[in-house]
Ligand binder design. Structure first.
Ligand code: LLP
Length: 487
């Protein structure tokens, strides 16, 4: 790899500076005028060239990013940046976006992809997707404000939440984002706030199609007993639409939304939910003359977390999501709404690897524990959803020893992986936990007073970028205050 002069300087500086004080380049300037470079806390784009050559770009459909990183690169990055370390393959994220977008536009050209920011809010990751053409789906005032800072036009941002505070409602109305309304109570509040502010609120309704998505119970959202959405069976969806029409022009109904869950691996639930939604779209068109700008059918496309697992392709997802709308063309007199989708995991999960160092190995009467320097504070999915993530011992292959990968949090449940047949492991070895680009860092915490991990971005033909510096002791204390009498 050719080293440019600036990279040599950066390399030198990185070697001279203490850890965490890497040289800072200006944040990339997004093209949209609304964008302002995120404030001091956000992207630290330090160009630090690793010893080894960077990755070859991963082909869509090839092995996960973790597999396409060369072991020598992973070892070098772990040495340079420390562990635990989140490593993202930026080219793979762009390729994922293009694959999903192409699958939809081939069938339904008027599709718009709203990245579900909650999956990974690192500004550098979001910028890759924004530059690919994504809009944003947000779930809090924090995400709304971040999305605007990142340069997403506010009018394209959809704000979904079952529980919006008055402040969140006000902000969304003021900036012109679309409020995805979850209840009749919330609808009334929005109308009142819009009147007070003197602006029109653009809204959609989140509907609950009562479909079982066959996924983990904690992430199934469109089932009848979940907290999300208005229902067809009790008439609340229809009542809400009628009420929104009465509240015009203070409230302007522009779309309908559903999101039935996450990590869904088969097309049928999507197809069923889409059909329920389209039946309702046709009904309100016929009975009330409502014409919608968009129908948003949510995210939820799963990825294969296991070796050899086959999950639904983006093409199959696109067919399931768009089929019912296309079939309703006549009933909608040729005026089809835009189709919006909100993938999170499918865009970023397989592009992320967590590197963690083995501290010690211990055999007990029953099991062998490999103690690593990450825990559920670093990666929460295993303890929260019994989630399975593949583990590789960097630089070793094969198997031979069944072990538990034990996190460093003081709780028995903190096992990052269980009963894994791995090559012999010893203290100092580096492990790679795969498919952690979505809901990995995003759900990390400082529990047990362990600072947050660092994140790096790898792209072919470019130096590796530190996109979030490792947390520090000061970060652990940030914002705290000890009253004078307690000092
Ligand atoms: N739209 C809405 C309204 C959502 O609530 C979500 C995710 C998405 C889109 C994106 O879903 P995706 O395409 O990523 O499946 N922490 C869990 C996943 C929680 C998903 C929450 N909602 C996990 O680690 O599996």
């Amino acid at each position: 790899m050719k080293l440019r002069f600036v990279h040599l300087v950066a390399l030198l500086l990185a070697a001279l500076l203490p850890a965490g004080a890497a040289p800072v380049e200006p944040a990339p300037t997004p093209s949209a005028p609304a964008a302002s470079a995120p404030a001091a806390s956000a992207p630290v784009a330090a160009a630090v060239t690793p010893a080894a050559t960077p990755v070859t770009p991963a082909e869509p459909g090839s092995l996960t990013a973790g597999e396409s990183f060369a072991p020598a690169d992973l070892l070098a990055w772990a040495r340079n940046f420390g562990t635990p370390l989140y490593v993202y393959d930026g080219d793979r994220i762009a390729a994922n976006y293009r694959r999903v977008a192409a699958a939809f536009t081939a069938l339904y050209p008027a599709t718009r992809l709203h990245y579900a920011m909650k999956a990974n809010t690192n500004p550098a990751i979001v910028q890759i997707l924004r530059r690919e053409g994504a809009s944003a789906e947000v779930v809090s005032d924090g995400e709304l404000q971040l999305a605007m800072r990142f340069g997403f036009p506010p009018r394209e941002i959809l704000f979904t939440s079952n529980s919006k505070s008055p402040l969140e409602i006000d902000r969304a109305i003021t900036v012109g984002a679309i409020l995805n309304v979850d209840s009749e109570d919330e609808l009334e509040q929005i109308a009142q706030r819009a009147a007070t502010i003197g602006a029109a609120a653009r809204i959609s309704f989140r509907l609950n199609p009562a479909v079982d998505p066959h996924t983990h119970a904690k992430i199934a959202t469109g089932v009848i007993d979940s907290k999300f959405g208005l229902h067809f069976v009790d008439g609340s969806a229809m009542r809400a639409v009628k009420r929104a029409l009465e509240l015009a022009p203070r409230v302007r109904l522009v779309g309908l939304h559903s999101h039935i869950g996450s990590q869904i691996t088969e097309p049928e639930p999507f197809q069923l939910a889409a059909q329920e939604m389209v039946d309702f779209v046709v009904r309100i068109r016929r009975e009330l003359g409502v014409k919608l700008e968009f129908v948003d059918l949510g995210g939820g496309l799963g990825i294969p977390y296991h070796d050899g697992e086959e999950t639904m392709s983006a093409d199959a997802w696109a067919a399931a999501q768009s089929g019912p709308l296309l079939a309703a063309r006549e009933e909608l007199e040729g005026e089809l709404p835009q189709l919006w989708i909100e993938p999170g995991r499918a865009l970023v999960a397989d592009a992320g690897v967590l590197l963690t160092r083995v501290n010690s190995v211990k055999t007990t009467p029953i099991k062998t524990f490999v103690n690593v320097d990450a825990g559920f504070n670093t990666l929460m999915r295993p303890i929260l959803y019994e989630a399975y993530h593949r583990v590789r011992v960097v630089g070793k292959t094969g198997g031979g020893k069944v072990v538990e990968i034990a996190g460093n949090v003081c709780e028995t449940g903190d096992l990052l992986a269980q009963t894994r047949d791995l090559p012999p492991i010893q203290a100092g070895d580096l492990l790679a936990i795969l498919d952690v680009g979505a809901y990995g860092f995003a759900m990390a915490s400082e529990y047990n007073s362990r600072p947050l991990p660092a994140e790096i971005l790898v792209r072919a033909g470019r130096p590796v970028d530190l996109i979030r510096r490792r947390g520090t002791l000061d970060d652990l204390l940030r914002g705290t205050n000890v009253p004078l009498d307690l000092r």
